[in-house]
Design a protein around this ligand. Structure first.
Ligand SMILES: NC(=O)c1ccc[n+]([C@@H]2O[C@H](COP(=O)([O-])OP(=O)(O)OC[C@H]3O[C@@H](n4cnc5c(N)ncnc54)[C@H](OP(=O)(O)O)[C@@H]3O)[C@@H](O)[C@H]2O)c1
Length: 299
């Protein structure tokens, strides 16, 4: 006699039916999460960034992620205000952007009177080798706090005032994957890590406070991107070039509060969370980086 699958299940003991139902529910949940992941990283249409306004501000546009994002933004028709510290490098980047999109308007000074729609807070000071908090000298400490926290907060405040008037805008704060992958190691790896936690928390608060006023605030938390700040010392599938990161980063503007815009970083974060936190931090990040840079921990 032939039994259908349902008929077979109906004749199983209750505990087997219960286990199978739980398994099915778990499988459905995983499938849904996976489909959602595919949608977000490969299918979702980006927002029309010009709806926020014609101008975008990018801090730290002379290298790495900031420079790559500046290119993505001009390709989408935005004009740029570039905020940097080195006039020579600013001039060079301005030339390269004009070569890419000859009609783009670029300024490197005042924000007044411009229809600023997007602010990318990307600039960050750092140092070449990982240090514990007590190893950071005072001058560097002051610079880190000024650039990574004070300047970011101040420019956000100024731009918010203008965005509130027109009731729209988007602010992208570039934080770091370390704040979502390793939340309990604020000072051990780099002094800039507290900055990333600060930026993430600030962005979340602003997101909730200004969402109703038409302003999208988000913190993007990339993982390894090979730049001057983070050289490619651990060649890995998860590392990316700034140009590779910038496209999904710009497409993610306006979606979500704390976001990992790039699919490989998202996978890395998923696997990292599965790993034991202690071995992840001691084995994967800190020791190799320190060895690589011949750093000796002082007692
Ligand atoms: N690379 C990664 O793996 C990674 C991962 C997570 C998060 N991030 C974050 O991404 C952002 C950009 O990093 P990146 O890797 O692209 O670094 P980068 O290539 O070193 O570029 C940093 C930018 O910030 C500017 N800058 C540095 N120190 C400054 C200071 N004291 N005052 C003003 N501007 C300063 C630099 O200007 P100059 O050109 O004049 O030096 C440059 O334009 C940072 O917020 C960083 O924390 C990076």
């Amino acid at each position: 006699m032939e039994f259908s699958l349902l008929e077979t299940l109906r004749h199983q003991p209750t505990w087997v039916q219960l286990l199978l139902s739980l398994g099915f529910l778990h499988f459905s949940r995983l499938s849904f999460s996976f489909l959602k992941w595919i949608y977000i990283f490969f299918l979702r249409q980006p927002k029309n960034l010009l709806d926020y306004g014609r101008w975008a501000i990018v801090t730290g546009p002379t290298d790495g992620i900031g420079k790559a994002m500046a290119f993505e933004l001009v390709r989408r028709g935005l004009n740029l205000i570039l905020v940097g510290r080195n006039p020579e490098k600013l001039k060079q980047v301005t030339g390269e952007l004009r070569a890419e999109v000859p009609t783009v308007e670029l300024v490197s000074i005042a924000i007044e009177c411009l229809d600023v729609g997007i602010l990318v807070n990307n600039a960050a000071a750092s140092y070449a080798v990982p240090k514990c908090l007590h190893e950071v000298d005072e001058g560097m400490f002051t610079e880190l706090v000024k650039v990574n926290m004070d300047a970011l907060t101040e420019i956000t405040r100024v731009v918010l005032l203008r965005m509130l008037k027109k009731k729209k805008g988007a602010i992208v704060n570039v934080g770091s994957g370390s704040s979502v992958i390793a939340p309990s190691y604020p000072c051990l790896l780099f002094m800039p890590v507290p900055k990333r936690d600060y930026v993430d928390q600030l962005s979340r608060s602003l997101h909730h406070e200004y969402k109703e006023k038409g302003i999208d605030v988000q913190c993007q938390v990339p993982s390894y991107i090979v730049t001057k700040m983070v050289p490619d010392i651990r060649r890995s599938f998860f590392n990316s070039a700034p140009e590779e990161y910038a496209l999904p980063a710009v497409r993610a503007i306006g979606f979500g509060t704390t976001v990992l815009p790039y699919w490989r970083h998202s996978m890395q974060c998923y696997f990292a969370k599965l790993a034991r936190r202690a071995s992840l931090m001691n084995g994967y990040y800190v020791l190799p980086l320190r060895e690589e840079n011949s750093i000796q921990l002082k007692a």
